[in-house]
Design a protein around this ligand. Structure first.
Ligand code: FPP
Length: 265
């Protein structure tokens, strides 16, 4: 059944989100639609506590749950999270296997994850999901199908994702279409590329957050982040939570977005 997004106590979802936004000093009219996050610092968080690195990733999964709730509460519509990059394969085998196991375990338990129901999460994945193995691919597609009608918030997991590889795949697909006579080279425009990216049909991110102190994009949403506001914080991802997410949103609301034009406001 399609989810109307209307709450049972008679307050609409939009009104509830606006009230929560105002309570944390956010302008409800300027909540970013799409927030992308590079969840960095799990390993350092664990090492500083003399824990195995995988415990950092486990704690990172809890941070993800907190941020999902925080985003839903103020009306963010889409969260894209960098969960596994194409570059992560360069890590030692034990860490790659542990990360993939954590992912598989989380997907298996998805039916019991309370947040997915409570926030009416539409889960989807961007990336070469097939490259993570048949089992994970099947799990991802099953959850995508089960949650496709959910309208609370879209949780887009970037899995086995690389921004350059994504643009190359789009270019190949366009070249094949031209070679087959389905389109002409002159018909290749920004929309034609955008439609072929893993993130289609999601809109571009308005805000990109990176935790863990590094100030770079690391091959994440290269095309899509052309006009995203960037927010870097030294906080390690497992320590990131609701307050820190709202700090980032308040910072975003202080920016003037010109999209290459002039500020005529
Ligand atoms: C970067 O930290 C983080 C990752 C490579 C993985 C992120 C994964 C999670 C938060 C778990 C998500 C779980 C699900 C189910 C989606 P790092 O290891 O590079 O940290 P470091 O820079 O301190 O070494």
């Amino acid at each position: 059944m399609a989810d109307t997004g209307t709450q049972t106590d008679g307050i609409s979802r939009a009104e509830a989100a606006a009230a929560i936004a105002r309570s944390v000093d956010l302008d409800p009219q300027r909540i970013p639609v799409h927030v992308a996050i590079i969840m960095d610092g799990n390993g350092r968080w664990a090492s500083s506590r003399r824990l195995p690195r995988i415990e950092g990733h486990r704690a990172g999964r809890e941070a993800l749950r907190r941020v999902l709730g925080a985003a839903y509460d103020v009306g963010v519509r889409i969260l894209t999270l960098y969960a596994f990059s194409t570059e992560n394969w360069r890590r030692p085998d034990w860490e790659v296997s542990a990360l993939i196991r954590l992912l598989a375990e989380s997907l298996e338990a998805a039916g019991d994850i309370e947040e997915l129901r409570r926030y009416r999460v539409c889960l989807r994945a961007s990336g070469d999901v097939a490259g993570l193995g048949d089992a994970i691919e099947a799990q991802v597609h099953a959850i995508e199908a089960q949650t496709a009608e959910h309208e609370g918030i879209t949780l887009n997991l970037a899995l086995n994702y690389g921004g350059r590889a994504e643009v190359v795949a789009a270019a190949r697909d366009l070249a094949a279409s031209v070679a087959a006579g389905r389109m002409t080279a002159a018909e290749i425009d920004e929309d034609a590329v955008t439609r072929r990216l893993h993130t289609a049909p999601l809109p571009d991110p308005d805000l990109m957050i990176r935790t863990g102190g590094e100030q770079r994009i690391s091959n994440f949403l290269l095309w899509q982040s052309a006009y995203a506001e960037l927010y870097f914080t030294p906080m390690m991802w497992p320590d990131f939570g609701r307050d820190e997410f709202y700090d980032a949103l308040r910072d975003y609301q202080g920016r003037i977005r010109r999209f290459g034009g002039l500020d005529v406001g």
